[in-house]
Ligand binder design. Structure first.
Ligand code: AMP
Ligand code: MG
Length: 418
């Protein structure tokens, strides 16, 4: 039996996976620059950092006590102390050239270099001083309480590899090794522009038919979480020439985020203006909900994300595409890390075979992560977003999920580098 089917000529929607692949293909790194170490936090290293010297740079004491030769303490105990001659003292920051000979001790503070001849430290509480003599109350093993030169890191070893994002936990090592400056990948300049004749800024009173521009603020804050100070180009009304002017200005940036005007409505002019300006469309419309109208292309030396104006759509597009793009362009190896898997606390059923993103509450329950969709869902539901700390991602081909299933979750984190 043969069947005839009529297909309606709608443009094919790009799958989320394919769209992300296309986005990441455009994410080429921007070269490197040197920045001061304190400004390097959150930046990605462009070169391996090799230790020029060892840490610690010299053998030193881990305790306040007495530097001795351990063989001089053999058999010592509280009952049978052994007596050594106190021949000097060395504090942190000083160097005692005088050697410690047999049956001698030097008073030493934490961090002070071990004098030549000494091989161990007797802690203060394991010794007693009497008339210029030190009574040793314990038998100390060779190397006791000594931090050896290079035990932390040896000269010539890799301190941090290229591609590492510099985090707080790396700063001590780099400071210790004397990296006042670090080579990092350059950050992209990202323009943020909101379109829509209905938009007013948040400090203006609402007039008839107007709403406040929330997208610019949200996109800017997400960018700052990724270490990028946005170039905020404000809002522009739905007029071709004005949009065009703003886009010309935005095109001096590496990346343009423009929200609104990419759907199929009569006033959705962004796409048309971009076409007039010579944008190469890489995809338009993704098989996802919310976020379907997303447009991605190249305009001269910039990449452009045309985001749907609905605030939740805008957020979802940022998380799924722009954040991975920015992470890759700044030099991160795995631009999608940060996803977690969590157990659904409720069943979910989908109506269409699209990737579905739901505002959700993620929390830890009895040692595992549990996730619950917020009661209201919708691309304009700002309160639902405010109640959420994550998004549930249901892939295109999964239509139904039972309570207890493991699902992919994008957490809405704080600053990921701290
Ligand atoms: P659009 O994508 O231009 O069709 O806009 C879709 C919906 O999002 C409309 O209801 C707009 O009013 C709303 N919207 C567009 N831009 C913004 C914005 N910057 N902030 C908040 N809502 C917006
Ligand atoms: Mg609009």
């Amino acid at each position: 039996m043969t069947m005839t089917q009529t297909y309606i000529a709608t443009p094919r929607l790009t799958s989320v996976e394919e769209a992300r692949r296309i986005v990441l293909e455009q994410a080429v790194m921007l070269g490197s620059e040197r920045v001061r170490l304190e400004d390097g936090i959150g930046r990605v290293l462009a070169q391996d950092l090799i230790a020029e010297a060892s840490l610690p740079p010299f053998d030193n004491s881990a305790m306040d006590g007495y530097a001795v030769r351990s063989s001089d303490t053999t058999g010592a105990s509280r009952e049978h102390p052994l007596t050594l001659r106190l021949v000097g003292e060395v504090a942190a920051g000083e160097v005692l050239e005088r050697a410690v000979s047999r049956r001698e001790a030097v008073k030493i503070m934490t961090g002070a270099p071990l004098p030549p001849g000494a091989d161990s430290v007797v802690a203060l509480e394991e010794a007693r001083v009497r008339n210029g003599l030190v009574e040793i109350l314990a038998d100390v093993a060779l190397g006791r309480h000594v931090r050896n030169a290079g035990e932390d890191i040896k000269a010539g070893d890799t301190a941090l590899a290229a591609g590492t994002r510099i985090r707080v936990q790396h700063l001590g090592l780099l400071a210790g090794l004397g990296y006042a400056e670090v080579p990092v990948f350059r950050l992209p300049r990202v323009a943020v522009l909101a379109t829509g004749s209905e938009l007013i800024s948040i400090d203006e009173p609402l007039g008839p038919g107007k709403i406040r521009n929330s997208n610019s603020l949200v996109l800017g804050a997400f960018l700052r979480q990724l270490g990028i100070e946005p170039v905020d180009l404000g809002t522009v009304v739905d007029e071709r020439d004005l949009i065009r002017q703003q886009l010309e200005e935005a095109a001096t940036c590496d990346v343009i985020l423009i929200s609104g005007g990419v759907s199929v409505g009569e006033h959705d002019l962004v796409k048309r203006v971009l076409r007039d300006l010579g944008m190469k469309t890489l995809f338009w419309r993704v098989n996802m909900k919310p976020g379907k109208p997303l447009l991605f292309g190249r305009l001269r030396n910039s990449v452009i994300f045309g985001l749907p104006g609905n605030p939740i759509s805008c957020v979802v597009c940022f998380l799924e595409f722009i954040a991975p793009y920015v992470r890759k362009v700044t030099g991160e190896d795995d631009p999608t890390d940060g996803l977690v898997r969590a157990r659904l606390t409720q069943p979910l059923r989908k109506k269409e075979p699209k990737t579905l993103l739901l505002t959700a509450q993620l929390r830890e329950e009895a040692g595992t992560l549990a996730v619950t969709a917020t009661p209201q869902q919708g691309s304009g539901m700002l309160k639902s977003l405010a109640q959420a700390n994550a998004f549930i991602v249901v892939p295109e081909d999964i239509m139904e999920l039972a309570a207890g299933s493991l699902v992919e979750v994008i957490p809405l984190g704080g600053d990921p580098w701290l």
